[in-house]
Design a protein around this ligand. Structure first.
Ligand code: UCC
Length: 560
């Protein structure tokens, strides 16, 4: 008898096979703009799961960047060579408007960001993390437009171009050995030459997408005050305007768990020329780079949504072709329940991310009111922290659904899992973002979000199938209001932020389901999300034992 060979699962067209994404975008775009954008989104859906792009992504993963420190004759070279497959993926994204659409004048107006988010969620999981330079490029463009001057105009134009020959990408060099979360100890110094040029000296310990033509970075102008207040924001270029290398030494590439196609390096700035963004003596570098951070945090959330959607797509594709005990996995109750919860997590991730994008688009377009500004300020850290963790749990579950082959490299699912694990780490860890949420809460963002949650859920009031979900939102809001009263409590910040994320997501789902009254699926998703509970347990009341020396001796000094 011939040996059984499993029919391979195939990813379907990412747009047409993803009802949850289509319905979420439809909800936020409304009929007219959804109709206008549908062809563009469908084209990206076809591209994102085409054989060509999946092969490019797989090849990029197998061809990590290489650092060439010296040339043949011993001259310092500091070249980082990346896979041409990775570059090709970037060109596909740039040409499709991934870096430009929100900066173009389109009929989508303040909804351009939402259309863009759909494109990004589709393209991102196939991009071998070219989505990382895209995030920083977007953040840098907006920051330069907001704080820069005449001298930044050409750079912004390059960062927002659809033409791959003209387009540049940007990095974001913040992390130093003294801190990734706490930037107050930044040691890079900025000194002014006799000819007026600024030169930076210091070590940047993690720089992502190091091959980008330009980066935004923090440095302390000589004589400025210590701490984060004395930091200024600079634009720095890999090459000088005459094509010679800037004084930037690549110490080494980082050897990372994931994001393998993406170059991440330690850099030494040895008097590298840089250009201040705004007045360098006014400080405020952190405040300026916060514009960039908030944008990359939104990208991170969309990355989470995209990866979770891709994991779900693999799990569903496998369930359709695999049988156990003579029954399709797709028909087995235990498996259906698991995949349903995965789909519910995906819906929550998308709804939160798209709401953030909707608010951001309105702020960017200049049509947001003060309450929307406040909502965006609070929702950005909350969404980033929650979606990153949901995505990790979700893609890990999806890998389990595909079984042993899903754990093997050539299925490409391990790369998806690895590349998802970076999401809670870069752009601020869960606790850092929870503390950022507390910072935002002090200026009213918590209250704005809770009020808005009640209002959103009210759209579903009176609909029988959403009764429990609406009640769950109302109950959670009361409890979060009281928990938020102690919003200065660091230890509770994480559970507060997570509770807000789950509750606000539920409210969004209720309002969506009310909108789609002729389709029971969004209501079923909202009901299930609410049923799983909206609040997270608070912090452990007793934390004394974790560093108890009788439990384990103090760590020895590392030797590496
Ligand atoms: O670079 C990295 C990887 C890049 C790859 C990105 C790709 C992502 C997308 C992928 C797609 C798949 S990783 C490096 C990540 N590093 C961080 O994220 C830094 C994390 N740390 C923080 O966020 C901290 O909260 C700091 C550094 C912002 C805190 O600094 P300070 O100095 O302690 O903060 P202050 O003093 O509280 O804030 C200084 C000012 C204040 O304004 P003023 O001066 O008016 O009082 C704050 O209100 O900055 C303001 N501010 C903000 N404003 C601080 N944070 C924010 C914010 N988030 N939004 C608006």
């Amino acid at each position: 008898m011939a040996q059984f060979l499993q029919q391979p699962p195939e990813l379907s067209d990412a747009w047409h096979s993803d009802l949850i994404l289509r319905q979420a975008l439809h909800h936020f775009l409304g009929d007219d703009v959804f109709g206008a954008a549908e062809a563009e989104l469908a084209a990206m859906g076809r591209t994102a799961t085409s054989r060509e792009i999946l092969d490019l992504a797989a090849r990029a993963e197998l061809e990590p960047p290489v650092h060439i420190p010296y040339g043949t004759w011993g001259h310092r070279r500091d070249e980082i060579r990346v896979s041409d497959a990775y570059l090709h993926l970037g060109r596909i994204g740039v040409q499709a408007g991934i870096t430009s659409l929100p900066y173009e004048s389109t009929a989508y107006r303040e909804k351009a960001r939402i259309v863009w988010a759909g494109l990004l969620a589709l393209w991102g999981p196939s991009s071998a993390l070219y989505s990382c330079p895209v995030a920083m490029t977007d953040g840098a463009a907006r920051t330069l437009l907001q704080y820069g001057g005449e001298e930044d105009v050409e750079v912004s134009a390059r960062l927002t171009s659809r033409d791959p020959e003209f387009a540049w990408s940007s990095g974001q060099w913040m992390t130093e050995t003294a801190g990734g979360s706490d930037l107050s100890g930044t040691e890079t110094l900025a000194a002014r030459d006799h000819d007026g040029a600024w030169r930076l000296s210091g070590t940047k310990w993690f720089t992502s997408a190091t091959t980008s033509e330009v980066a935004l970075t923090l440095a302390r102008p000589e004589g400025s005050e210590a701490g984060s207040r004395g930091l200024a924001l600079f634009r720095i270029h890999r090459l000088n305007s005459n094509g010679t290398p800037n004084r930037i030494i690549v110490r080494r590439l980082k050897d990372k768990l994931g994001t393998r196609a993406l170059p991440t390096a330690e850099l030494e700035l040895q008097g590298a020329i840089a250009y201040p963004v705004g007045d360098p003596f006014a400080g405020g570098g952190i405040k300026k780079i916060a514009t960039m951070l908030n944008i990359t945090r939104i990208h991170n959330s969309l990355g989470a949504a995209g990866n979770l959607g891709r994991g779900l797509a693999w799990a569903r594709a496998f369930a359709r072709v695999r049988e156990a005990g003579g029954t399709s996995l797709a028909e087995l109750p235990a498996h259906r329940a698991t995949l349903t919860d995965l789909a519910v997590d995906y819906a929550a991730t998308l709804m939160l991310s798209l709401r953030c994008v909707q608010l951001f688009g309105r702020v960017e377009y200049g049509v947001a009111d003060a309450n929307e500004v406040s909502l965006l300020r609070g929702l950005t850290p909350v969404t980033k922290l929650a979606t990153a963790r949901w995505a990790i749990a979700g893609v890990t579950e999806a890998m389990e659904c595909v079984g042993g082959v899903g754990y093997c490299e050539d299925s490409t699912i391990p790369a998806l899992v690895r590349n998802t694990h970076v999401l809670p780490i870069w752009e601020g860890t869960t606790n850092v973002l929870a503390l950022d949420f507390l910072r935002a809460a002090t200026s009213g963002a918590l209250e704005s979000l809770l009020d808005d949650a009640v209002e959103l859920a009210a759209a579903a009031m009176g609909l029988d199938r959403l009764k429990a979900a609406v009640a769950a939102v109302e109950d959670a809001v009361v409890r979060l209001r009281s928990a938020g009263g102690e919003a200065s409590d660091q230890a509770s910040a994480r559970s507060l932020a997570m509770g807000v994320a789950k509750t606000y997501a539920c409210a969004l789902m209720c309002s969506q389901a009310a909108n789609f009254s002729d389709d029971s699926r969004p209501a079923a998703i909202a009901a299930r999300w609410a049923q799983r509970g909206l609040l997270s347990p608070g912090p452990p009341p007793d934390t004394s034992f974790v560093f108890d020396e009788s439990w384990h001796p103090p760590e020895r000094a590392p030797t590496g």
